[in-house]
Ligand binder design. Structure first.
Ligand SMILES: NC(=O)c1ccc[n+]([C@@H]2O[C@H](COP(=O)([O-])OP(=O)(O)OC[C@H]3O[C@@H](n4cnc5c(N)ncnc54)[C@H](O)[C@@H]3O)[C@@H](O)[C@H]2O)c1
Length: 356
């Protein structure tokens, strides 16, 4: 944490998607590291969101707006002059994307292009980390993890929109922010692909932990649609630290790290949805789970794993927690959020995470 603190102290960091699950944690983490945080996003989804409960908006520059609105986005860059941009804003749900494919593409593809254009035109900004997902790879249901140089793809509109965003990022890098011509443009841009992220303060529907907590809090049975799906689970702090380490390396060596990066768990933390729900119930102390899978369900990948060798060897990043620790810390947040201020709760968990 000390190394990150030394680097991020007084840096101006723009986070798009700061009102969301990962963005709220990232805002708190960066605030604790001493950065000046500027957030640009739509409003939070619910009054229970970590962004709302933690009252992080009082400690940062909180701007509400749409990444599809190029003019407003550019104004934020011009006014706040961020050193570093962490682009997280997205329509982030697979099932929602089947009902809203155009919105998903507008936000995830054109929105990302708008962020890159604003970044490119802002002379003060030097580093951009663009968040996509592990689902950006063409899923072959293979038994080993995807590597950064594998083909982009995606079956559903969400996954394919992120695969498309990756192709756009690669094109913008080659065309406008090419490391070979760094002296002309002074920009470094990378993309990051994380696995399934869990942690306190997420209430979005159709994600396993929020679904479990909502059922457990109302004494209902947890219904599992896709019990056998295998995912790379990790605590939200794991990829966020990876993004921050990467941005620091890009700042220090701008032509060395501007490429795609996977951030996922060790292979022991790759497990089924059913197993995660079972562990969540054990940690909560009560609850029941039911398999409601059906042949009519929308297509979702069954097997998805990431190879994290590159981040381990080139960045020195590595997951700190196994699956049991990840679920324990996550459920601990949901057990405490009604009695402890969630800013303090997140800071306690951040300190615990860095002490591991
Ligand atoms: N949660 C995961 O398991 C996971 C895994 C891999 C990748 N990701 C990626 O990480 C990023 C953050 O995910 P999350 O889980 O925090 O999602 P989230 O849905 O909780 O947050 C999304 C954020 O984006 C903002 N947003 C959405 N559309 C916008 C628009 N048009 N203009 C401005 N802001 C907009 C929302 O207001 C919110 O702040 C996303 O890019 C997502 O695809 C998430």
């Amino acid at each position: 944490m000390d190394k990150l603190q030394q680097f991020y102290k007084d840096k101006r960091v723009l986070i798009t998607g700061h009102t969301g699950f990962k963005g709220s944690w990232l805002s708190i983490l960066l605030k604790e590291l001493g950065a000046t945080v500027i957030g640009y996003s739509l409003d939070p989804y619910t009054q229970n969101d970590n962004f709302v409960l933690s009252e992080i908006s009082k400690k940062i520059i909180d701007v509400r707006g749409d990444i599809c609105n190029r003019t407003e986005l550019q104004k934020v860059f011009d006014e706040y002059k961020p050193d570093i941009v962490l682009h997280l804003a997205a329509q982030a749900l697979v099932r929602y994307s089947y009902d809203n494919p155009i919105e998903t593409y507008e936000t995830n593809v054109m929105g990302s292009i708008n962020v890159m254009e604003a970044f490119r035109k802002c002379t003060f900004s030097r580093v951009a980390v663009m968040v996509t997902t592990d689902k950006c790879y063409e899923n072959k249901e293979q038994f080993w993890g995807y590597r950064e140089n594998e083909a982009m793809g995606g079956y559903d509109p969400y996954s394919s929109s992120k695969g498309s965003a990756e192709i756009a990022i690669s094109s913008w890098r080659r065309s406008f922010m090419n490391p070979d011509k760094y002296d002309n443009h002074g920009k470094s841009i990378a993309s990051v692909r994380a696995g399934n992220v869990i942690g306190g303060g997420d209430w979005i529907q159709d994600r396993i932990i929020p679904d479990c907590i909502k059922a457990l809090e109302s004494n209902k049975t947890i219904e599992i649609r896709n019990p056998n799906a295998i995912r790379p689970w990790q605590h939200v702090l794991e990829p966020l630290c990876g993004y921050l380490m990467l941005a620091q390396k890009m700042w220090e060596s701008p032509t060395q790290y501007c490429e795609g990066w996977n951030f996922g768990p060790h292979s022991e933390s790759i497990d089924t949805v059913w197993s995660v729900a079972t562990k969540a119930v054990e940690n909560f102390g009560s609850g029941e789970i039911k398999d409601v899978s059906s042949a009519e369900s929308l297509h979702e990948a069954t097997l998805l794993m990431l190879d994290i060798s590159k981040a381990k060897f080139k960045l020195g990043w590595e997951p700190r927690m196994n699956l049991d620790q990840t679920i324990e810390m996550t459920i601990d947040w949901y057990k405490k959020y009604k009695t402890q201020h969630t800013y303090e709760l997140c800071v306690d968990q951040i300190k615990k995470y860095f002490s591991l």
